[in-house]
Design a protein around this ligand. Structure first.
Ligand SMILES: [Zn+2]
Length: 263
């Protein structure tokens, strides 16, 4: 991995607490500031931001002020209400943070069409980086990593960098992942177990960061339904949600309001 990615002033920007488990080795090496938009609470789950705060401390990284500030419910409500001011404020806060901390490397969620909070987190990152560039004239390195599937799924993309954990750090990471998942329980524990079953124990050794490009793929969702849309519609039919978040109707106007232009 480029030395710059571990030796610079960096920030990790996540939609949910727990995403850091995917890049725990890098987090321990680079000791970034950490921004997490939501607290991880849901209809049936307690906030888990405290677990993430502990991990940040243990890795020697630093919590930003914007850490578990919102609930997913607030984010969803702001999307459905088309509350553009809400998202612009977060973008501006992140941009101001980048400037104050003189950030050189940004790492965060990617667009995968899996979860609206993940995708919006990436859009907020892109918006904040653009604003930071305009006001300071400097361009930070901007990286993303997958939250769904194998960590190396984008390893052949241009600008991909691998952080390889040593044995001790890999053990530490494995223990922390299971501790986190056991404490949270439910879906997360199932996801961790099926991740290791499907990809094998070696999937934890390599962490891949890819130069941000997923935002360029957003336009595909104008035609192809993202996973969260079909999933949300099923949840509505089952009576769990009142309204599903739709890309064209709800997400696209928010993205446009953040200044992103999907050709
Ligand atoms: Zn998530």
């Amino acid at each position: 991995m480029k030395q710059q990615l571990t030796d610079s002033k960096s920030v990790l920007i996540l939609g949910h607490p727990g995403h850091e488990l995917r890049v725990l080795g890098w987090m321990k090496a680079a000791k970034p500031w950490v921004i997490v938009l939501t607290d991880g609470s849901g209809h049936t789950s307690e906030p888990r931001i405290g677990l993430t705060r502990d991990l940040i401390d243990e890795a020697g990284a630093q919590p930003a002020e914007l850490l578990g500030t919102f609930t997913d419910e607030q984010i969803y409500k702001a999307i459905l209400d088309q509350d553009f001011a809400f998202f612009r404020q977060i973008r501006n806060d992140i941009a101001a943070f980048l400037a104050v901390k003189e950030i050189e490397v940004v790492v965060g969620d990617a667009i995968e069409g899996y979860n609206p909070s993940h995708d919006l987190c990436r859009c907020l990152i892109e918006g904040a980086v653009a604003e930071f560039q305009q006001t300071t004239g400097t361009t930070p390195l901007n990286y993303e990593f997958p939250l769904v599937g194998h960590p190396a799924v984008w390893s052949d993309h241009p600008g991909s960098e691998c952080y390889r954990l040593n044995d001790a750090d890999e053990r530490w990471k494995r223990e922390r992942i299971f501790e986190y998942a056991r404490t949270v329980g439910g879906t997360l524990l199932t996801e961790v177990e099926s991740f290791l079953e499907e990809f094998g124990p070696n999937a934890l050794v390599e962490e891949w960061l890819t130069a941000s490009q997923s935002a360029a793929s957003l336009a595909q969702y104008k035609q192809t339904q993202p996973y969260y849309e079909t999933h949300g519609q099923k949840q509505v039919e089952a009576g769990y949600y009142q309204q599903a978040i739709l890309f064209n109707e709800h997400i696209l106007p928010v993205i446009t309001a953040l200044g992103m232009d999907l050709a």
